[in-house]
Design a protein around this ligand. Structure first.
Ligand SMILES: Nc1nc2c(ncn2[C@@H]2O[C@H](COP(=O)(O)OP(=O)(O)OP(=O)(O)O)[C@@H](O)[C@H]2O)c(=O)[nH]1
Ligand SMILES: [Mg+2]
Length: 434
């Protein structure tokens, strides 16, 4: 079971205040009360969006606020009612009140809506308070406050098979050729930010769900890169397809890559390696792949470990489609043999490295007055940026992603960085954008 969880805060809009006003008419010194009512505050409404498959978007956007209603005006005019704020959620989302633990609702149908926080009623204007004894009341109500609620969202999706591997190993490409999913594919690392799901259907009628996970890098189990947030998903898949890029581009050593990923998996949970694993040798259409595969197999044989169940090394090319049929067939066979899900799903364990605002990440953020810039420092930062620096051109986008993956975005905000501030990591400066 794929479980995505996130906690968010929602604040519905406040009702507008009622107005104290009086009619002004020519030749009438004191007209009757004419203060209008305040408008209703906006509701926060969750709405199922069939295009969403995870709760990932909420990691970067945890607070939602609806607009306040307009205040009442003179001439008995009612304030404007605020628009509702519609928050898209994936189908299958369960919404719980974090404080009480009460389930507010399950969003299970396309376009289904659920009001999760009610906007405040507008206050009544002084026209409502006139009475024979007080024909010119100086009182009006304030608008009611909008509901503020902390919510836990949970999404359960079945994924039988997890694709793991280094960034750019070809995970998303494989998913795109064996399923009808259309994940983003590109020649830079960390293209995949959220797990993509796809269904594989075999000619013989069998099918299984595959999740393409964001790439893992060394240190992933400790929070480096993006993949750590998704390791718990790997924990819940029944078969692991471990993709290893055989092309040897960027001077990569396929066996070292393979070991590094396994090490991250073990560090996260020693039992993961007992999960049936197929090694998928990718990009076999490229010139050096065959030779690298031979070397890889030799090294694998030389380091054979009893702990790990490697069922096969299957060479594929997502470009020429070679080896794909065999891969899906063997995966389906393995799934049929694998233990039923209940017995392999481990208990939820406390996660140490969730950057959820309660854990202090391994970096420091300070404001340097001399250079008027926020400075981010720390060993882990240095390592990560050196690593990405040498292999790739630095694009703003990648920086932004890695920052998010490491929780730097959150930390900057917490430290007080404002939209447009300059931030320096090592020697690289960029503009902070909220
Ligand atoms: N020649 C060749 N290139 C491939 C093959 N599979 C993937 N690629 C290329 O490798 C690059 C990375 O592919 P992705 O599928 O985005 O890799 P990924 O593992 O999902 O990467 P992240 O999402 O960053 O972790 C892209 O430029 C793909 O076109 C293949 O079989 N042969
Ligand atoms: Mg990808």
């Amino acid at each position: 079971m794929f479980v995505d969880q996130v906690k968010i805060d929602v604040q519905a809009g406040h009702g507008g205040n009622g107005m104290v006003a009086f009619r002004r008419e020519k030749y009438v010194p004191n007209g009757g009360p004419a203060g209008g009512d305040g408008g209703r505050g906006g509701n926060i409404i969750f709405k199922v969006d069939s295009g969403m498959s995870t709760l990932m978007d909420f990691r970067y956007h945890r607070k939602f606020k609806a607009k306040n209603g307009g205040n009442g005006a003179n001439k008995s005019m009612t304030g404007r009612s605020a628009e509702d704020t519609i928050v898209p959620v994936p189908e299958g989302t369960t919404v719980t009140d974090t404080e009480t633990g009460r389930v507010i609702g399950d969003l299970v149908k396309p376009d289904q809506e659920l009001v999760v926080a009610k906007g405040g009623r507008g206050g009544r204007g002084n026209i409502h308070f006139a009475s024979p004894t007080n024909p010119a009341p100086e009182i009006a109500e304030n608008g009611e406050p909008g509901q503020a609620v902390s919510l836990s969202l949970e999404l359960k999706v079945l994924a039988d098979v997890g694709l793991v591997g280094f960034p750019s190993a070809g995970k998303s490409t494989l998913l795109s050729v064996i399923t009808s999913a259309k994940p983003k594919i590109a020649g830079y690392h960390f293209t995949t930010l959220v797990p993509n799901l796809g269904m594989v259907r075999l000619d013989d009628g069998r099918d299984f769900a595959v999740a393409d996970l964001p790439g893992l890098v060394a240190g992933a189990s400790k929070g480096v890169g993006l993949g750590f947030q998704f390791l718990r998903h790997v924990e819940r898949t029944r078969v692991i397809l471990h993709l290893v890029d055989m092309s040897g581009v960027e001077g990569r050593n396929p066996y070292a890559d393979y070991q590094a990923i396994n090490q991250e998996l073990t560090q996260y949970d020693p039992d993961i390696l007992k999960r049936p694993q197929i090694i998928v040798a990718t990009k076999m259409d490229l010139p050096d792949s065959q030779a690298n595969l031979t070397k890889f197999k030799d090294e694998l044989a030389a380091h054979k470990s009893d702990d790990q169940i490697v069922h096969d090394v299957l060479p594929i090319s997502s470009v020429t489609h070679s080896g794909l049929q065999e891969l899906v067939r063997k995966t389906a066979d393995l799934l049929a043999e694998a233990q039923p899900e209940e017995t392999v799903v481990p208990q939820d364990r406390p996660k140490t490295y969730e950057f959820d605002g309660t854990h202090e990440p391994d970096f420091k953020i300070t404001f340097d007055k001399e250079i008027e810039s926020w400075v981010i420092s720390g060993d882990k930062i240095e390592k990560l940026f050196k690593m990405t620096d040498t292999a790739h051109d630095q694009s703003m986008l990648r920086f932004a992603r890695q920052m998010r993956g490491m929780g730097i975005d959150d930390a900057l905000r917490k430290a007080g960085a404002k939209d447009g501030d300059t931030v320096t990591i090592l020697d690289y400066s960029f503009t902070y954008v909220e």
